[in-house]
Design a protein around this ligand. Structure first.
Ligand code: XBP
Ligand code: MG
Length: 237
């Protein structure tokens, strides 16, 4: 089946955002008076849990029991902590520290020129999607992407296929007519479980992961390295 739409993961795929997420988590912890400081190595492990609220809960569950103020965090407190983290992330993103990964801008531009559908299927929040697109492209996300499907809109986050199924439903296209772009094992598994073909571009925090379930593994989305089916769909072949 010919390619009619492209569905992009956000964190790690459009840009190397996870270091900024890590810093925002740590800043939120400090503001809340928690003595947590997630190192890059710890954060790499914690990324196995998708979703910021779920990641905080997973960290909490792994801490030794007893006495700590952190141990008393309930779901509402975790949600409040995560809202603070989202605000801090947005402010850091607005400083313009991040750029898109190589090839991303060109692929999105070529896809728009070729009349392909464009969607985002992400575990992060719509607010963080807006922050990234505004900071890198300088326009609202909906000016570029026909569909945005976010983690909190579905019952189960990646590696469950839910967010990809939601994106497909909103695109009004079958999985066989779309290609997904992912950087992580959880993301690749989610897209494959939704019946999509997947291009994997490992990111700094996911380079060690097993991405062998992807149909293609590329260092970046630089146009000359794209698979033939994609170059054809983009009008480049
Ligand atoms: C990556 C995630 C997110 C981010 C943090 O999702 O798992 O949780 O690490 O964002 P994806 P939040 O690659 O699918 O975009 O704190 O907003 O969850
Ligand atoms: Mg990702």
């Amino acid at each position: 089946m010919t390619v009619e739409a492209l569905i992009f993961d956000v964190d790690g795929t459009l840009a190397e955002t996870e270091e900024l997420h890590r810093r925002a988590f740590n800043a939120a912890f400090a503001q809340a008076g928690l003595d947590w400081d997630w190192s890059a190595d710890l954060y790499r492990d914690l990324l196995r849990t998708t979703g910021g609220k779920e990641r905080i809960a997973a960290h909490l569950a792994g801490l030794p029991q007893g006495g700590s103020a952190a141990a008393a965090l309930d779901a509402a407190a975790i949600a409040a902590l995560h809202r603070r983290k989202t605000d801090l992330y947005g402010a850091m993103m607005a400083e313009g520290a991040l750029s898109l990964r190589p090839g991303v801008r060109e692929v999105v531009e070529a896809a728009r020129g070729a009349g392909l559908g464009l969607a985002l299927a992400t575990t992060t929040s719509p607010a963080n999607v807006e922050a990234l697109v505004q900071s890198t492209w300088g326009c609202p996300a909906r000016a570029l992407f026909d569909v945005i499907a976010a983690g909190d809109e579905v019952a189960a986050k990646k590696p469950a296929p839910d967010v990809y199924r939601l994106a497909l439903e909103r695109l009004g296209r079958p999985a066989a007519a779309c290609i997904a772009f992912e950087d992580s094992r959880n993301g690749v598994l989610a897209a494959r479980a939704a019946g999509l073909r997947v291009v994997a571009t490992p990111a700094i925090f996911t380079a060690h992961e097993d991405l062998s379930d992807a149909d293609w593994r590329l260092a970046s989305l630089d146009l000359p390295h794209l698979p033939a089916i994609l170059r054809q769909a983009l009008g480049l072949a």
